[in-house]
Design a protein around this ligand. Structure first.
Ligand SMILES: Nc1ncnc2c1ncn2[C@@H]1O[C@H](COP(=O)(O)OP(=O)(O)O)[C@@H](O)[C@H]1O
Ligand SMILES: [Mg+2]
Length: 443
C-alpha cells in the first residue's frame, strides 16, 4: 500500500517535472546549475548497487586476499601434535559508510591492530573486480586508517564532453579531462617546458591542437615548428606569430628566439629583476609558446655536412631556450615519437630541461622509460597499458605523481575556426617572421 503510494507520487512528480521544464530550465541555467551534467545514473542506481556489493563481498574479499586477522592463534596443540590452521572466525577491518562523489565514492577503512596499508594497496585490483568498479585507489593519510577512493567508470572513455568553466589564468589551459572526471589543466607558469611522446597516431598532434586552441584566446604569442610540411600546426597559421615548416626555417626561427631571449635578459638586468614576471605589467614582454611537432625531424641528418650543421644548431638553440626561457616567458612544448640518444647527444640534455611530461601510447618500454622514468618510475607500466583504441589517452606527471588523462578532440574545422576567430590577438613579432623567411630563402 505504502509502496504503491510512493511509486505513484514519484511518477506524478516526474511527469510534472517534464511538463514544467520550460520554466525551471532557464531558472536553473541562470543559477549556474547544469542539471544535464549531473551523473543521475550513478546517483540513482550505480551508487546504491555498488554500496550493497561492497558490503556483501567485503568479508570474503578480505579473507581471500589475507586482509583479515584472527584474534586466536592459528597454531594449537592437539594431544601431542602442534597443528597450524586457518582461524574459523577471521575479522575483517571495519568498512565505513561510503560517501557519494560525482565520479564514485570514498570510504574509510579502520585497520585492525597489526595491519599495515601495504597488503590493501596490493589488493586494489581484486577490490576493483569484486566491486565491479573502474578503479580503486588506496591511501593512508592517518595511521591506522585507509581512505579508499573508488572511481565508478572510466571517464576517459567515449567521445567525452568538454568541461566548460570560468576563464583561465594567463598561460594556464584546460586541455582535456583527467581520470576522475576533473579538468586537465596545464600551467606553463608552474611547469615552463613540456615533452610529449607517443607512437604515430597516438594523439600527440591532437593534444597540441587542444592546447593551442585554449592558448589562442589568451594574450600569448604562439610560434610553431612543424617540419612535416606544416600540416598540423599550419591549421593555426592565422593565430601563429611565426611558423617554420623546414629545418632551415626552424634554425632561423630558433636563432631569432635566442636573440629575443637575450633582449629580455637585458631588460630584466636593467630593471634589476630576476624574471619578466617581476616587471610591471605594461613593461612585460608578451609570453611566447614555441610548439614543435615531431622533434626527430629537427635532429635526424642525412649525413651531408649542411644537414649536420643544421642539426647541431637546432640542438644548441633549443637547449639554450630551455635553459633560460622559464624566467623570460619563452616556453617550449615539444612532441616526438622517440626522444632517445639515437637523435644525438644534445637530446638527453634537452629532455632533462623539459620538466612536464605527457606520454601517449608508446610502442616500446624504452620510450616510456625515457619519457617518464626519470620523474616517475611507476608511470611507465601505466603508459604501456594504453591500448590502440584509447587514442588521446596519456599518462602525465605532476611532480613525482602521475595520472591518466585524455585531451579534448579538436577537429580540423574547429582548429581553423579558433585560429581565425582569434587572429586579431596574434602579437606582431616581425623579427621572428623575418627570420623564418630568411631561413626559407636559403634552401
Ligand atoms: N583525445 C582524443 N579523442 C579522440 N580521438 C583522438 C584523440 N586524440 C587523437 N585522436 C584520434 O587519433 C588520431 C591520430 O591522432 P594524432 O594526434 O594525429 O596522432 P599523432 O600526432 O600522435 O600521430 C586522430 O585522427 C584522432 O581521430
Ligand atoms: Mg602528429
Amino acid at each position: 500500500m505504502l509502496w504503491s503510494l510512493v511509486v505513484w507520487l514519484a511518477s506524478a512528480a516526474l511527469i510534472l517535472g517534464v511538463l514544467t521544464q520550460r520554466w525551471w530550465d532557464p531558472w536553473l541555467a541562470r543559477s549556474g546549475i547544469d542539471w544535464r551534467a549531473i551523473p543521475w545514473r550513478w546517483y540513482l542506481s550505480g551508487y546504491p548497487a555498488t554500496v550493497v556489493r561492497m558490503r556483501w563481498r567485503w568479508k570474503q574479499v578480505c579473507l581471500i586476499n589475507d586482509l583479515s586477522i584472527s584474534r586466536k592463534p592459528t597454531r594449537a596443540v592437539v594431544g601431542d601434535l602442534a597443528v597450524k590452521g586457518t582461524a574459523l572466525r577471521p575479522i575483517a577491518p571495519s568498512l565505513g559508510l561510503p560517501r557519494l562523489t560525482k565520479t564514485g565514492l570514498v570510504v574509510r577503512v579502520r585497520l585492525n591492530p597489526g595491519q599495515t596499508p601495504q597488503p590493501f594497496i596490493a589488493a586494489a585490483e581484486a577490490l576493483e573486480h569484486a566491486w565491479r568498479v573502474h578503479r580503486v585507489r588506496i591511501s593512508s593519510p592517518r595511521r591506522g586508517e585507509l581512505i579508499v577512493t573508488v572511481t565508478a567508470g572510466d571517464s576517459l572513455r567515449g567521445k567525452g564532453t568538454e568541461i566548460h568553466q570560468a576563464p583561465e589564468r594567463l598561460l594556464a589551459a584546460r586541455v582535456g579531462r583527467i581520470e576522475d572526471g576533473g579538468a586537465w589543466v596545464l600551467d606553463l607558469r608552474k611547469v615552463p617546458h613540456w615533452l610529449v611522446v607517443g607512437a604515430t597516431q597516438s594523439g600527440k598532434s591532437t593534444f597540441l591542437a587542444a592546447w593551442v586552441r585554449r592558448l589562442a584566446t589568451q594574450p600569448v604569442a604562439l610560434v610553431g615548428i612543424d617540419c612535416k610540411g606544416g600540416m598540423e600546426l599550419g591549421l593555426f597559421e592565422s593565430r601563429l606569430s611565426a611558423l617554420a615548416c623546414s629545418r632551415l626555417e626552424a634554425v632561423g626561427l630558433l636563432d631569432a628566439l635566442v636573440t629575443e631571449l637575450q633582449q629580455r635578459m637585458a631588460v630584466c638586468r636593467a630593471a634589476r629583476k630576476r624574471s619578466v614576471w617581476e616587471l610591471p605589467e605594461d613593461e612585460r614582454p608578451v609570453p611566447i609558446v614555441v610548439l614543435v611537432d615531431e622533434l626527430a625531424e629537427l635532429y635526424l641528418s642525412d649525413g651531408s655536412r649542411q644537414s649536420r650543421d643544421e642539426v647541431a644548431q637546432c640542438s644548441t638553440l633549443l637547449l639554450r631556450i630551455a635553459q633560460l626561457g622559464a624566467a623570460l616567458a619563452i616556453h617550449l612544448v615539444i612532441a616526438g615519437q622517440r626522444v632517445g640518444s639515437e637523435l644525438g647527444p644534445g637530446v638527453t640534455a634537452l629532455r632533462a630541461q623539459l620538466g612536464g611530461r605527457v606520454a601517449h601510447r608508446v610502442n616500446d618500454s624504452n620510450t616510456a622509460e625515457m619519457a617518464l622514468g626519470d620523474l616517475s618510475p611507476d608511470a611507465i607500466a601505466v603508459s604501456q597499458s594504453i591500448n590502440e583504441d584509447e587514442k588521446g589517452v596519456a599518462v602525465t606527471t605532476v611532480g613525482a605523481r602521475w595520472m591518466r588523462a585524455r585531451s579534448d578532440l579538436t577537429t580540423t574545422d574547429q582548429a581553423r575556426a579558433v585560429a581565425d576567430e582569434n587572429a586579431h590577438r596574434t602579437p606582431n613579432l616581425p623579427a621572428l617572421a623575418r627570420a623564418v623567411m630568411a631561413g626559407g630563402k636559403q634552401i
